[in-house]
Design a protein around this ligand. Structure first.
Ligand SMILES: [Zn+2]
Length: 158
């Protein structure tokens, strides 16, 4: 489909859709394109309509610019300007994470179970870390068990 800005002999501007430029030419020639304001079949493309020039193929390309393929558009990526204070905070987070992972036991997916055991005095208190689903973490919090998400630090790229 192609949209043309048209103008009738009396100067009324209007727009109309056509299957392609050839369809417009055909319909205009037969007087099938008429002005919606005065009904005049004497219409022509308004000046802002794409100009037909060069070969037919070139003209078509000019009339119907192909939309850029989505793959060519780079996907937006998270970016940030990091202040020195935040750099420091980030370094501390990294330290904390390293400290935790070096001094606590990785209990993996049995984290919720292990956390409960400690909370209810079935095992000694110690530092553990592992994984818990959001649902599991919520349940632990509901039971009064304090859990903290382990800080996740995006990998340094430099
Ligand atoms: Zn008119």
């Amino acid at each position: 489909m192609i949209k043309y800005a048209l103008v009738c002999a009396k100067g009324h501007d209007f727009e109309s859709w056509f299957a392609d430029s050839a369809a417009y030419d055909k319909q205009a020639k037969r007087g099938l394109v008429s002005c919606p304001h005065c009904g005049s079949a004497k219409v022509e493309k308004a000046l802002m309509a794409p100009r037909l020039s060069g070969t037919k193929k070139r003209a078509r390309a000019a009339e119907r610019p192909a939309p850029a393929p989505a793959s060519e558009t780079p996907a937006p990526a998270p970016v940030a300007m990091i202040s020195p204070q935040e750099q420091e905070f980030r370094a501390k987070l990294k330290e904390l994470r390293e400290h935790l992972t070096q001094n606590a036991s990785d209990v993996g997916t049995s984290f919720p179970e292990e956390a409960r055991k400690m909370h209810y005095g079935e095992t000694e208190h110690r530092s553990i870390y592992g994984v818990a689903s959001l649902e599991e973490a919520k349940e632990l919090v509901d039971e009064g068990i304090e859990v903290h998400p382990l800080p996740v630090i995006p990998e340094d790229r430099n």
